[in-house]
Each structure stands twice: as structure tokens, then as C-alpha cells.
Design a protein around this ligand. Structure first.
Ligand SMILES: Nc1nc2c(c(=O)[nH]1)N[C@@H](CN(C=O)c1ccc(C(=O)N[C@@H](CCC(=O)O)C(=O)O)cc1)CN2
Ligand SMILES: NCC(=O)N[C@@H]1O[C@H](COP(=O)([O-])[O-])[C@@H](O)[C@H]1O
Length: 201
């Protein structure tokens, strides 16, 4: 994957498995801002049907579609990410566990957004509407988002930011997801910007 890019750019790879609404907000925040040296440079997905691919195409961004064998038992795509000049990784609805090899290649430079108030409602199986269904089932009166550094366990890395929203008595997983998405879109880009600046300061 050939790339030409400005030497002073800090290049992000956004990993996503789904619709990509967070990826879209990150692209709009960084790539539509002429004063930012931080840019989304690559979209990485494990799903050939992911909506995030269309978002990448609409924004003239390259997409890397990864497979399990190389990701978990090969080089974890470290070579391809280096060739693309990637400096920092942002997980945005990515549904595979990032392997130790990739974490080691980007120490302190991988962040994730989780649609709940960790440490509750995290871990294997806790993604998408499964999270919101568990929150509602447990009659929680509030939920929110957690943005954290990524370590080798799911949803275990150092927290960077949390925001809270109410859970209403008549909420469904879909209505709560909509409220959570609004929090994500409002906060993720700025928290990513702060984390990237801290990593490269
Ligand atoms: N090493 C890490 N990798 C990932 C983390 C992390 O914190 N450390 N966060 C996840 C994102 N995530 C929650 O925020 C999450 C995503 C997916 C799962 C999960 O249970 N996945 C299933 C597979 C689902 C599929 O393939 O469709 C599974 O592992 O069985 C839990 C949490 C991203 N990676
Ligand atoms: N545990 C991981 C997890 O559930 N991540 C969640 O996936 C959604 C992706 O939405 P998007 O594709 O529209 O950005 C987001 O709500 C994100 O918090």
C-alpha cells in the first residue's frame, strides 16, 4: 500500500467493524481542519460489509480489510501499518481483541471507546446493543461512555475519559444507543486529540 504524506503529520488508523459513525466524526474533526497536523490516514476493518468502508470511500481514504489468520497468528498487520505511516490507532466499534504484538508496536498509542461506564458492563461479549440490553436489564438509572488506553485485556486499559447520560424507564437498547452515540460523537475526537498530543509531546 503506497503512501505519500507530509512528514510532520501525525497519522491515525481508525479500526472499525460496523457502521462507522464514530469514524465519520473523527474524519470530520481532523481531516476537515486545515490547522490540525493530526489526520485520519487509514480505515481498518475486519468486515467486508462494514458501513465504515463507504465512509472511507466517501472521504477518499484507503481501507485495509484484515483477516483473522494474519491478525492473530501473523504480524498483526504491523508491517502494513508502518508502511502506511501510521503513528496512532483509534478503535471505534472494532470487535476483535487487539493482539499483544500490535499493542507492543504502538505502546500507549491505541485508544478505545466503550459504550458504558467501565469497569461495569465490559469484557468479552460486551459490545453494541449487548451492553445496552444488560444496562437496561439491570435497571441502571444512568449509563455513559468510557474512553481508555488499550491493553491486552478487553476494556481493562487506563481510563482517559467518562461521560454520563440517564437511562429512562421506557428506554430500549436502541433508544439508549442513540443517547450513547451522541455522547461518543461529542467527545471522542477531542479526547483522541488530547491523547495523541500527550503521546507525542
Ligand atoms: N486488546 C484489546 N482489544 C480490544 C479492546 C481492548 O480493550 N483491548 N477493546 C475492544 C472493543 N470492545 C469494547 O470496547 C469489545 C469488542 C468486542 C468484544 C467481543 O466480545 N468480541 C467478540 C467477537 C465479536 C465478533 O467477532 O463479531 C469475542 O471476542 O468473542 C468485547 C469488547 C476492541 N479490541
Ligand atoms: N465494546 C465495543 C463497542 O461496543 N463499541 C461500540 O460500537 C459502536 C460503534 O458504532 P459506530 O460503528 O457507529 O462508530 C459504538 O457505540 C462503540 O462505543
Amino acid at each position: 500500500m503506497g503512501s505519500t504524506y507530509l512528514e510532520n503529520e501525525i497519522r491515525l488508523a481508525v479500526f472499525a467493524s460496523g457502521a462507522g459513525s464514530n469514524a465519520k466524526k473523527l474524519i470530520e474533526y481532523f481531516n476537515n481542519n486545515d490547522t490540525s497536523i493530526i489526520k485520519v490516514a487509514l480505515i481498518v476493518t475486519n468486515k467486508e460489509t462494514a458501513g465504515v468502508i463507504k465512509i472511507a470511500d466517501e472521504n477518499h481514504l484507503p481501507t485495509l480489510i484484515i483477516d483473522k489468520e494474519q491478525f492473530f497468528r501473523g504480524d498483526a498487520y504491523v508491517g502494513a501499518l508502518r508502511q502506511a505511516g501510521v503513528h496512532f490507532i483509534v478503535l471505534a466499534g472494532f470487535l476483535w481483541k487487539v493482539p499483544a504484538q500490535l499493542i507492543a508496536a504502538f505502546p500507549g498509542k491505541i485508544v478505545n471507546i466503550h459504550p458504558a461506564l467501565l469497569p461495569k458492563y465490559g469484557g468479552k461479549g460486551m459490545y453494541g446493543n449487548f451492553v445496552h440490553e444488560a444496562v437496561i436489564s439491570n435497571k441502571e438509572t444512568e449509563s455513559g461512555i468510557t474512553i481508555h488506553l488499550v491493553d491486552e485485556q478487553y476494556d481493562h486499559g487506563a481510563p482517559l475519559f467518562q461521560a454520563v447520560c440517564p437511562v429512562l424507564p421506557d428506554d430500549t437498547a436502541e433508544s439508549l444507543a442513540q443517547r450513547i452515540h451522541a455522547l461518543e460523537h461529542a467527545h471522542y475526537p477531542e479526547v483522541v486529540e488530547k491523547a495523541v498530543k500527550a503521546a507525542f509531546s
